[in-house]
Design a binder for this molecule. Structure first.
Ligand SMILES: [Zn+2]
Length: 342
């Protein structure tokens, strides 16, 4: 998965290099506030650029297929009306410096091997289907009432900008006793990992990010607990059950095989106490951990969605882009992935 993410980033970078050269020269007029609507249709080889809209065939929906690299320049707008689809084919990259307006009933389909790089804006009231790659650069934004449907992996999205469109996750995949959704491993009261899974597992990428957080902030962010084996979790759960009643225990401790700590992707940082959120360090963690690829896994208002009480100390590593998408969605991981908690 790590290699895959690197590949994705490299592909996006090389795609950026392709389009970084000849773009920002306005062909007709400078960007003075007015937007030029454009029609791209590389499938019939007649790119059409027109300022005024003629009413002759405006009512007839027409699909657009991108088969070679194209750019919607700054100040330009590509409109996708109801019933129309914009296809970005295998091997083609569409760079958007300007704007795409995708109306309700319209669609953008990034096919496998295709890519969309966004520095501008997409107003998405229709649907976007992601089979290829989507790069949302720092100034890029996807907003609207539409849905971004991820067909394969969340790591197909490299999001540095903003995405407030609803994200629809692919179906859960079960393999070797592990359940992943779009490449994200899910462990909760419903989904478990095998007894022998992990064994001292340290995810280098996650641990490196912890070190980076410490270095950047100066907060100690003490690692109270990282990887926990099935056996350790069993002992812990049984211990809690010996000092507390079962119904309470299950709200803060996982059954063996159901602890996210067995994945090596979860960490308890700082102070294992609800007061941690009130400390400067805890508040910093909540506000910034997504920048390092983590989410607060069991938020204060998420108990009925996650099955656990608020744990301001427990973070889960997802990688920067996916952590940002989850945070921007305002959802718990279960809601974001569309899976049940128990
Ligand atoms: Zn924990």
């Amino acid at each position: 998965m790590k290699a895959y993410m690197k590949l994705g980033a490299a592909a996006l970078l090389s795609a950026m290099a392709v389009t970084a050269c000849g773009c920002n020269k306005p062909a007709t007029r400078p960007t003075g506030g007015n937007v030029t609507s454009i029609v791209i249709n590389s499938s019939n080889g007649s790119p059409n650029s027109a300022g005024g809209s003629s009413s002759a065939n405006a009512s007839e929906p027409k699909d657009t297929t991108i088969t070679a690299d194209k750019t919607v320049k700054s100040g330009e707008m590509l409109t996708i009306k109801k019933g129309e689809t914009l296809y970005i084919n295998n091997g083609a990259e569409l760079t958007v410096e300007g704007k795409i307006d995708c109306a309700k009933g319209g669609a953008i389909k990034i096919q496998s091997g295709g890519a969309l790089l966004l520095n501008g804006e997409i107003k998405l009231d229709g649907d976007m289907e992601l089979g290829g790659k989507l790069g949302i650069r720092e100034k890029g934004a996807i907003e609207g009432k539409g849905t971004l449907k991820v067909l394969n992996l969340f790591s197909d999205i490299d999001c540095e900008g903003l995405c407030t469109a609803k994200i629809k996750a692919p179906k859960p995949v079960e393999k070797d006793g592990l359940t992943t959704v779009g490449g994200v491993l899910i462990v909760n009261k419903k989904y478990s990992v095998p007894e022998d899974y992990g064994d001292g597992l340290v995810i280098d990428e996650a641990y490196d990010k912890l070190l980076e957080m410490r270095e950047d902030t100066g907060y100690p962010l003490a690692l109270a607990s990282g990887f926990r084996s099935y056996e350790t979790q069993r002992e812990l759960f049984e211990y809690y059950c010996s000092i507390d009643d079962y119904d309470s225990v299950v709200m803060y401790s996982a059954q063996p095989g159901h602890s996210e700590h067995q994945t090596g992707l979860a960490m308890d940082l700082g102070e294992v106490s609800e007061w941690y959120a009130e400390t400067d360090e805890g508040a910093w963690l909540a506000a910034n951990c997504h920048e390092y690829g983590f989410i607060i896994r069991y938020p204060a208002d998420g108990t009925d969605k996650t099955g656990y009480d608020y744990e301001p100390w427990h973070v889960r590593y997802l990688g920067k882009s996916t952590a940002k998408l989850v945070r921007d969605s305002g959802l718990t991981l279960e809601e974001f992935l569309g899976v049940e908690a128990e």
